[in-house]
Design a protein around this ligand. Structure first.
Ligand SMILES: C[S@@+](CC[C@H](N)C(=O)[O-])C[C@H]1O[C@@H](n2cnc3c(N)ncnc32)[C@H](O)[C@@H]1O
Length: 198
């Protein structure tokens, strides 16, 4: 199967000029990422669609929220997903949080490989990070339901979290949850919830 580093229409303006560095990150994921267990064995197209294109939608959300020059915490970042594509396509500082030291060490090496100034790989338990108020993202780390529990009483916080297709029930007096649907390629629909605390 030929690998096509395509951008969906929604991502073209955001990422077209950053295609070279996104492709460099893709090469790193398929070589170092698989070799060091940051991601499991996947084909080239899957790595592009599910990890890179999916992550770009997080960046679209922060662009629409007009969030610039802020710190965003990527909880349970693993191989830097969605934090690395978010850093490549915005001027926010992305704090890449993971509890596994080996993952953080790989991300420190990646920072130099990609020459990315706006990432900060950080060895930390995300349960401690989220006690602060702020801006959070995560993909395949926790459910929307658990994110809502963690965010209780944390005013001025926004958590953008990958989710299932079904909308989660929530207390509308405490939170606002926007359930977004988008295609990562011609066929596959994905979902992200944008949770804000009232
Ligand atoms: C399923 S992986 C998802 C990785 C990445 N976000 C992705 O979408 O491919 C979950 C990651 O969360 C990390 N993790 C698990 N518990 C954690 C915690 N309490 N604090 C920080 N990271 C944690 C794991 O080490 C792992 O890298």
């Amino acid at each position: 199967m030929n690998f096509e580093p395509q951008l969906p229409n929604w991502g073209y303006e955001l990422a077209q000029k950053k295609l070279d560095i996104l492709i460099k990150y893709h090469s790193w994921l398929k070589e170092t990422g698989i070799k060091t267990g940051l991601i499991s064995q996947k084909n080239d197209q899957f790595i592009w669609d599910e990890f890179i294109v999916h992550s770009l939608y997080f960046s679209i959300i922060f662009q629409e929220l007009e969030i610039k020059n802020k710190t965003i915490f990527d909880l349970g970042t693993g191989g830097g997903i969605p934090g690395i594509p978010l850093a490549i396509t915005s001027n926010n500082l992305i704090s890449l949080i993971d509890i596994k030291e080996s993952r953080i060490n790989e991300l420190i090496r990646l920072k130099n490989i990609l020459n990315l100034d706006n990432i900060k790989p950080t060895l930390e338990d995300a349960n401690k990070t989220i006690v602060k108020e702020g801006l959070f993202v995560s993909r395949c780390y926790i459910s929307t339901e658990n994110a809502l529990n963690l965010l209780k009483n944390k005013e001025n916080s926004t958590y953008v979290v990958s989710s299932a297709d079904k909308e989660t029930e929530y207390d509308s007096e405490k939170f606002h949850v926007k359930h977004l649907n988008f295609y990562i390629n011609k066929e596959d629909l994905r979902h992200i919830d944008v949770i804000t605390v009232k």
